[in-house]
Design a protein around this ligand. Structure first.
Ligand code: GDP
Ligand code: MG
Length: 370
C-alpha cells in the first residue's frame, strides 16, 4: 500500500506530531516528522489513537454509489457558510448561539417552536449563515475523525475578562488542524473587568494576530448578554465566507453529514442532517452510515414541515430504521439494492472493528495479569 508522512498522519488525527512519534517509538520505529511510514504501520498508529483504519480497496462499493450521486449533481451556486462556535467553558458559547438565534430567527419566523436539531440557519443582509449548535470540541473532533468536514469557519469565543485558557488553545489547534479559518469573538464586553489588550497579547502567543494588531485574523467584540457586536460578528462571518467563495451544486442527489441522531419512542429514528451538495427531498432514499430508508418527513429547526433542503441547510428527518452516528456521511441513492449492499458491508465492518477492539483488550488484560 501507499505510505504517509508522519506529520500528515498527526494532522489528520488532530494530535501532536510528537505524540505520533512517541507511539511509533514504542513500536520500535525511530522516525522524524518528515519521514514516510508504510500503510501497515500507519494503521497500527491510527488504532492506537482510537481511530478506525479503512483500507482504500474496501471502499470501492461506496465510491461507486458516491459517483452515481455526483453524476446527477449540477448547477453550482454560492452556498451559505457553516460555522462552529468553540472556546473555553463558560466563555459564552451557548449564550452567543442563543443570542444570535434569538435576535435573528425569532424575529423573522412566525410561530415556529424552536427545536434542537443540532444546527440552525439565520438570514442576514449579506446572506444566510448556518450554525452548528453543538458547541465544543468533542463534536467537532468526532466529525473530523469520521472524515466529515462539516465546518467552514470556526468562531472562537474568548471571554474578555478571562483571556486565553486551555480549551481556547485547543480550539485554535483543532481549527488549524482542520485548515478552517478562525474568527475571534471577544465576549462579555459588557463587563467592567475586561482586559482586551491582555487577550490580544495572549492570542499573539498562540500566533493569532488579530486585525487590531495588523494581523489577518478578524476579531469582533461582542456581548452575548446585551447583544452588542452580534450584527458585526455576522457580517464578519459573511465577509469571510465571501472570501472563501463557498459553492456547491444545488441540483441533483443530496449528500452531506449526520449532525445528530436519536431514537424517539414515538417517531423512531430521528436524524439531523446537514446537506452539503444537491437537494434533499421528502421521499428520497437516504443511505446514512449503516442505515438506509426513505425520508418520511422533513422539518426545519423551527419544527416546520419542509419538502426540500439545499446546500448548507440543516434538517431533521424521519424514516431511517435506526440512528446513524453523528459525523456519518449521508447520500441519496436511487439503487436500493446497492444501498443495502453498502449498509451490510458497513455493518460487517463495524462488527469486525468491535471484535478487533475486544481482542485487543483481551490481550492487554492477559498481559496485565501475567
Ligand atoms: P459556555 O460554557 O461557553 O457555553 O458558556 P455559557 O454560554 O454557558 O456562559 C457561561 C456564563 O457566562 C453564564 O452564566 C452566562 O450567563 C455568562 N455570560 C455569557 N456571555 C456573557 C456576556 O456577554 N456577558 C456577561 N456578563 N455574561 C455572559
Ligand atoms: Mg455551553
Amino acid at each position: 500500500g501507499e505510505g504517509i508522512v508522519v506529520s500528515d498522519l498527526a494532522q489528520k488525527m488532530a494530535v501532536k506530531v510528537r505524540e505520533v512519534i512517541k507511539s511509533l517509538m514504542k513500536m520500535g520505529e525511530m522516525v522524524r516528522e518528515g519521514d514516510i511510514i508504510d500503510q501497515t504501520t500507519a494503521a497500527l498508529v491510527i488504532e492506537e489513537f482510537g481511530h478506525n483504519f479503512i483500507a482504500v480497496s474496501d471502499t470501492q462499493l461506496e465510491d461507486d454509489l458516491q459517483e452515481a450521486a455526483t453524476e446527477k449533481q449540477g448547477n453550482v451556486q454560492t452556498r451559505p457558510p457553516v460555522v462552529t462556535i468553540m472556546g473555553h467553558v463558560d466563555h459564552g458559547k451557548t449564550s452567543l448561539l442563543d443570542k444570535i438565534r434569538e435576535t435573528k430567527v425569532a424575529s423573522g419566523e412566525a410561530g415556529g417552536i424552536t427545536q434542537h436539531i443540532g444546527a440552525y440557519h439565520v438570514g442576514t443582509d449579506r446572506g444566510v449563515i448556518t450554525f452548528l449548535d453543538t458547541p465544543g470540541h468533542a463534536a467537532f473532533t468526532a466529525m473530523r475523525s469520521r472524515g466529515a468536514q462539516a465546518t467552514d469557519i470556526v468562531v472562537i469565543v474568548v471571554a474578555a475578562d478571562d483571556g486565553v485558557m486551555p480549551q481556547t488553545e485547543e480550539a485554535i489547534d483543532h481549527a488549524r488542524a482542520a485548515g478552517t479559518p478562525i474568527i475571534i469573538a471577544m465576549n462579555k464586553m459588557d463587563k467592567d473587568t475586561t482586559d482586551p489588550e491582555r487577550v490580544l497579547n495572549e492570542l499573539s502567543v498562540k500566533e493569532i494576530i488579530t486585525d487590531a494588531w495588523g494581523g489577518d485574523t478578524s476579531l469582533v467584540k461582542v456581548s452575548a448578554k446585551t447583544g452588542m457586536g452580534i450584527d458585526e460578528l455576522l457580517e464578519t462571518i459573511s465577509i469571510q465566507a465571501e472570501i472563501m467563495e463557498l459553492t456547491a451544486p444545488v441540483d441533483g442527489a443530496a449528500q452531506g453529514v449526520v449532525i445528530e441522531s436519536r431514537l424517539d419512542k414515538g417517531r423512531g429514528a430521528v436524524a439531523s442532517l446537514l446537506v452539503k451538495k444537491g437537494t434533499l427531498k421528502q421521499g428520497d432514499l437516504v443511505l446514512a452510515g449503516e442505515f438506509y430508508g426513505k425520508v418520511r418527513a422533513m422539518t426545519d429547526e423551527n419544527g416546520e414541515r419542509i419538502k426540500s433542503a439545499g446546500p448548507s441547510i440543516p434538517v431533521e428527518i424521519l424514516g431511517l430504521p435506526d440512528a446513524p452516528m453523528a459525523g456519518s456521511e449521508f447520500l441519496v441513492v436511487s439503487d436500493e439494492k446497492k444501498a443495502r449492499e453498502v449498509a451490510d458491508f458497513r455493518i460487517a465492518r463495524e462488527r469486525e472493528r468491535l471484535l478487533e477492539r475486544q481482542n485487543k483488550m483481551r490481550l492487554e488484560n492477559m498481559f496485565a495479569n501475567m
